[in-house]
Write a protein that binds this ligand. Structure first.
Ligand SMILES: Cc1cc2nc3c(=O)[nH]c(=O)nc-3n(C[C@H](O)[C@H](O)[C@H](O)COP(=O)(O)OP(=O)(O)OC[C@H]3O[C@@H](n4cnc5c(N)ncnc54)[C@H](O)[C@@H]3O)c2cc1C
Length: 474
């Protein structure tokens, strides 16, 4: 069967190692064409600004890995594939599956159209378990994480072992769009600033994983709660774009010694949360757009654009919230603890719709992921299937005291508070005037007054959620 040409269509699997579609093709064909299509026709929603930056850098790396042979096109993938099929003598087209509803719809259509002319194959390259394989005894999907993960996933066949084949990418003379012509970048200072903090690409993902498994994992179970500690992997953007497979990480964890079983199990369960988010998005394809709990459709969200803008800019006057929001804007990433704090503050203390937060994160996060982002926002808002209870409202002052006890995280992103004594760092509005004078600081001038009273807004949230609960129990 050798000497035939096959096309691998790269999508959210921007890697060469442990790539099931590439492995499959490499066993059958001598030469493989690597294709990436920037689909600006079907995509829903549009890519966020940070995702575009990440994608642009990633494509440069991938093209280098393919010795400049990546075919890069822009437009409707159906038309792009047709063009390739007309140009080359292609025997087979293959890809790794994606799970966003708009992609499933598009791929089904393409598969049915081109499989009339040519063999089309697809593989699981981004999940440990396929969403349709995990169902309850009554054949309905799980809605709660723990039974999904423990009874559903862990009792199934173990995830696929990672595998890497030698692949020859075809040295072609077909037209390819220049990466710059995809117009992913807008030449904003923000783009170059955030990228200084990150290195992108498959090799980098592997390096980060190795460092994490040598250092970060040791105290993961506890340390992952502290935004200033180096106990989280920061692999999320790489996982989103498939620059590393979850299988590679899953099996690398099994080879780590002397770091405590609990740390490994907790980390694996975080990968499980990722699976759960994809699972929900597959079984409830309106996850990114609508409340999973329909009774929330009548919830009295507040339309408060001024507070929302202050939240996005990290100018709420609540230090740990502002630190998180500025971390997001300055680095394209936010620690999970901070994501929960700023999210709870938006939907509960400000009573602003989770969708507004989801959209801002979508635009700013390098790891912006339709499934994980929406599932997490719905979890925080209480609108999801397995959500935080409505009465659980994070207190940003005690959260800061507990998880940033020395204030290093706050001071890094809110330097206006550098001289604030630790006693008032988490609630500078309580700092007496004489101390403010001593440190040459004036609340309302150097740093804003809080945009809401934490106690009052907590009461208001509890009441609003309680009204909804009562209305629904009528
Ligand atoms: C409001 C909100 C929005 C979020 N939006 C996203 C998003 O757009 N994209 C995204 O990848 N994650 C999102 N998360 C989940 C989580 O915050 C990030 O995955 C995590 O912070 C990424 O950092 P890390 O790679 O260092 O995580 P680690 O602690 O090192 O975890 C390893 C991996 O497990 C997965 N993971 C960990 N926690 C979660 C979780 N709660 N849900 C789903 N997967 C998880 C990620 O793939 C992560 O890379 C969101 C969480 C919240 C509360």
């Amino acid at each position: 069967m050798k000497n035939k040409v096959a096309v691998h269509w790269f999508r959210q699997d921007l890697r060469v190692k442990d790539n099931p579609s590439l492995n499959y093709l490499s066993k059958k064909y001598e030469n493989i064409i690597g294709l990436f299509v920037f689909d600006d026709v079907n995509r829903d929603p549009r890519l966020g600004s940070a995702s575009k930056v990440w994608l642009c850098e990633s494509l440069k790396h991938l093209n280098e890995q393919l010795n400049g042979n990546l075919i890069l096109l822009k437009g409707d993938p159906q038309e792009c594939l047709e063009e390739i099929l007309n140009f080359f003598d292609v025997e087979e087209v293959s890809w790794n599956r994606c799970y966003e509803p708009w992609v499933i719809k598009r791929d089904k259509k393409i598969k049915s159209n081109i499989s009339e002319k040519i063999k089309v194959s697809s593989f699981n390259g981004s999940l440990l378990w396929e969403p349709w394989e995990i169902l309850k005894d009554d054949n309905t999907p799980y809605k709660v994480f723990t039974p999904f993960y423990k009874r559903g996933c862990l009792s199934k066949k173990a995830p696929r072992n990672p595998e890497t084949s030698k692949i020859n990418f075809f040295n072609h003379n077909f037209r390819s769009t220049n990466i710059c012509d995809l117009q992913l970048l807008q030449n904003k200072e923000w783009e170059s600033q955030t990228l200084k903090i990150w290195q992108v690409g498959e090799a980098q993902a592997e390096k980060i994983m190795k460092n994490f498994l040598e250092e970060g994992i040791k105290d993961y179970s506890d340390g992952r709660n502290f935004p200033k500690k180096k106990n989280v992997s920061r692999l999320s953007p790489f996982l989103h774009w498939g620059q590393i497979s979850p299988n590679t990480i899953w099996y690398a964890l099994s080879k780590v010694n002397d770091v405590g079983e609990e740390n490994i199990e907790v980390f694996k369960s975080e990968l499980g949360w990722r699976e759960f988010a994809y699972y929900l998005n597959y079984h409830f394809p309106y996850l990114q757009k609508e409340n999973l709990k329909k009774n929330f459709d009548n919830f009295k969200w507040k339309n408060d654009e001024i507070s929302f803008q202050r939240w996005t800019k990290g100018e709420t006057g609540i230090p740990i919230v502002d630190a998180g929001m500025r971390e997001l804007y300055q680095t394209g990433y936010m620690h999970n603890r901070s994501r929960m704090i700023v999210g709870s503050f938006l939907v509960k203390n400000l009573l602003i719709h989770w969708k507004k937060g989801e959209e801002w994160f979508w635009d700013c996060l390098f790891d912006a992921d339709a499934a994980s982002n929406s599932a997490s926002w719905q979890w925080i808002a209480g609108t999801g299937t397995d959500s935080t209870p409505y009465f659980r409202i994070f207190n940003p002052v005690t959260q800061g005291q507990k998880f940033d006890p020395e204030g290093q995280y706050i001071k890094k992103f809110v330097p206006e508070l550098n001289d604030m004594p630790i006693k008032y760092l988490f609630s500078p509005w309580e700092c007496p005037e004489n101390i403010q004078n001593e440190i040459n600081f004036k609340l309302g001038v150097n740093y804003p007054n809080p945009i809401v009273d934490l106690k009052e807004s907590r009461k208001r949230a509890l009441l609003t959620y309680e009204i909804l609960r009562r209305e629904n129990s009528k």
